[in-house]
Design a binder for this molecule. Structure first.
Ligand code: FAD
Ligand code: SF4
Length: 338
């Protein structure tokens, strides 16, 4: 048993004061990732700061027609919120594709962004892992790497970010609102998660003493032509081998705007603005979508056990773009289970 201190914050200022006191402290929200990591001895916070009583569980319209989602809004409440179902159905679909109903009932918006990789070596303290112990090596590069990255990896780490929700947030161009001792700031979603480079221990550009307060969505939600497609080893309760979020704005059969991101393939949701821009003004057909997929995956590199992901990702993207262009109704769970 490794001892740790428990503290409960009453408001954001209190949470910031508590974390500033101790560089080895961690916030806990739903606890569905942090507590597992503590049990497995991967994370050893000296102090756990419970933020569940902070007033950050509202979903509100913003003056510009977007949505502000408090960091403590639970994944279930977000997926089933009428404004999300109506205006941002790709986000609802992505959330419902993740974890299980019980987990989604407690997992928070902020915690989902900050969940750590599911690389099995990261969880196994008997093996070297640069993310867990910088400088110790990467067991996955020459080990079992079926679930690992095909884009944006480095010699130091080939892990992927496991979130489904974040893939949808990437195409929605969300902004992450953050509070810290030196004030509040807003981080564009594209700048929130990092590539591993030489510092795989840092998943995001959030500083250790900062707290996520909200995620903001702009008005554009692609509610007519969207898809979230997740390919995994079993139909539910499994992380993505490859996932795709797609949003299209169409003028008849011509593409006005296209946004697409891959999940399960890189250390962050993977977008390529050039590949997206190349679709503008093009007919929404199979040939166009195949070109987009080739462009998105042109730099992909596989490892011993995951080369299949390159072709899988290509085919997923073509299928997701085709479904989105046709406005194919998306599968969503229809009943809220508490
Ligand atoms: C068995 C299992 C299967 C899963 N399957 C999937 C899946 O298929 N797809 C998927 O996307 N996810 C999946 N998940 C992951 C799940 O979605 C995350 O564990 C969850 O979203 C984390 O949210 P939480 O509130 O519980 O975070 P916590 O565990 O409380 O915290 C996670 C991290 O975030 C930090 N943190 C939390 N809130 C804040 C904040 N506001 N500001 C700053 N730091 C904060 C904590 O310090 C901690 O480091 C699965 C989890 C489990 C256990
Ligand atoms: S891929 Fe990253 S998380 Fe996995 S063993 Fe290598 S360094 Fe660790």
């Amino acid at each position: 048993m490794i001892n740790f201190e428990y503290a409960r914050a009453g408001d954001v200022a209190d949470a910031l004061r508590l974390i500033a006191d101790d560089s080895a402290a961690k916030f806990v929200a739903g606890g569905t990732n942090l507590i597992d990591l503590m049990k497995m001895d991967v994370e050893r916070p000296r102090k756990v700061i419970d933020i569940n009583r902070l007033p950050l569980n509202q979903i509100e319209n913003t003056p510009n027609g977007g949505l502000r989602i408090g960091a403590l809004v639970r994944n279930t409440d977000l997926a089933y919120h009428p404004l999300v179902e109506q205006h941002y159905p790709v986000l609802a679909s992505a959330i419902m594709a993740g974890a299980s109903q019980q987990l989604r009932n407690v997992a928070s918006t902020g915690g989902n962004l900050l969940q750590r990789t599911r690389c099995h070596y990261f969880y196994d303290t008997a093996t070297p892992c640069n993310k867990r112990e910088p400088g110790s090596g990467c067991s996955a590069i020459h080990g079992h790497n079926r679930m690992h990255a095909i884009l944006g990896a480095s010699e130091a780490c080939i892990a992927v970010h496991p979130s489904d929700m974040c893939v949808a947030l990437a195409i929605l161009e969300a902004k992450v609102h953050v509070a810290g001792a030196s004030g509040d700031r807003v981080i564009a979603f594209a700048d929130f998660h990092r590539l591993p480079g030489n510092t795989p221990q840092r998943d995001t550009n959030l500083n250790a003493s900062e707290i996520i307060t909200a995620v903001e969505l702009p008005p554009q939600g692609f509610s007519k032509n969207y898809t979230y497609l997740k390919i995994r080893d079993r139909l539910s309760y499994a992380f993505a081998l490859v996932s795709v979020a797609v949003g299209l704005e169409l003028d008849g059969e011509t593409i006005k705007e296209a946004c697409f991101a891959l999940g399960g393939v890189a250390h962050r949701p993977w977008r390529d603005r050039q590949a997206e821009a190349a679709l503008n003004g093009q007919p929404a057909n199979a040939a166009t979508f195949a070109r987009a997929a080739d462009a998105l995956l042109s730099d992909a590199k596989g490892y011993e056990h995951n080369r299949f992901k390159i072709d899988l990702a290509r085919r997923c993207l073509v299928r997701a773009l085709t479904q989105a262009a046709h406005g194919t109704p998306q599968l969503q769970s229809s009943k809220k289970i508490m």
